[in-house]
Design a protein around this ligand. Structure first.
Ligand code: NAP
Length: 241
């Protein structure tokens, strides 16, 4: 990980922020792609003696992503890794879900991976590289009220396996981390009753921390994961096995 450059989308807070911090602890430099100001992450990473740049970019917009990726190469010299982490929810039962709620979630969660992966591949084809996309337990087992979100997260798995097959011979690996219930602002909004019900079903009897996801991402990106591609690692306390 030492001296590598990793793009972390949605790296300003939550799981993305934890990934940026942990990779920096391991010697990595971080480019943060987010629509929310990323200066806290940048300060934290540079405080560890590593380089970090923030790019204000909507990852669902291909031309904006291409410009930001070119910016990373210009400012940081290269791209070794990509973490497709930015994501949103817009939960509703299907009968009540508006077309825009479907489109928005697919665009931000799934099309963003197409945008970012396509843009970095142009550089990685010359050097090799590693890509980890953050799916979800909902994409693996489905979840009522989340048909849009689950479809986007299941789509990421098929997308990733295809990229792993297309570019393995160019020394580019692509893997998935599928979190269960992790303590971030995305899960904060759930009501207490749903959270209690969820906790009862988790064999390890605790929610995950953003750092639990960061550790799995590091494993896959680093030399420890060098013979792993097209894989899905579930990090969910046993909620789904
Ligand atoms: P979070 O705290 O909401 O952080 C996600 C970041 O991505 C936010 O800064 C968000 O900005 C940003 N973002 C949203 N849309 C974007 C766009 N179009 N372009 C660039 N950045 C954008 O979420 P999190 O809980 O850390 O989740 C991170 C990833 O893990 C997501 O893909 C999520 O689906 C997945 N995940 C989370 C959990 C969990 O329990 N937390 C479980 C399974 C999977 P805004 O604040 O403006 O939206």
């Amino acid at each position: 990980m030492k001296d590598t450059v990793t793009i972390v989308t949605g790296g300003s807070q939550g799981i993305g922020r934890a990934i940026a911090d942990f990779l920096a602890d391991k010697g990595g430099n971080i480019a943060v792609f987010d629509i929310v100001d990323g200066s806290e992450t940048v300060n934290s990473v540079t405080g560890k003696g590593r380089r970090s740049e923030f790019f204000s970019v909507d990852v669902s917009n291909l031309s904006a992503v291409e410009a930001a990726v070119d910016g990373v190469v210009k400012k940081m010299g290269k791209i070794d890794n990509l973490v497709n982490n930015a994501g949103i929810t817009a939960d509703k039962l299907l009968l009540r879900m508006k077309e825009d709620e479907w489109d928005r979630v697919i665009r931000v969660n799934l099309k963003s991976a197409f945008n970012c992966t396509k843009a970095v591949l142009r550089h990685m084809l010359k050097t090799g590289g590693s890509i980890v996309s953050i799916s979800s337990i909902a994409g693996v087992m489905g979840n009522p009220g989340q048909s849009n979100y689950a479809a986007s997260k299941a789509g990421l798995i098929g997308f990733t396996k295809s990229i792993a097959k297309e570019y393995g011979e160019r020394n580019i690996r692509a893997n998935i981390v599928a979190p269960g219930f992790i303590k971030t602002k995305m899960t904060e909004i759930l009501d207490e009753k749903s959270k209690e019900e969820m906790l009862k079903m988790i064999p390890l009897k605790k929610y995950g921390e953003p750092s639990d996801i960061a550790h799995a991402v590091y494993f896959l990106l680093s030399e420890y994961g060098s013979y792993i591609t097209g894989e899905v690692i579930n990090v969910n306390g046993g909620l789904h096995m």
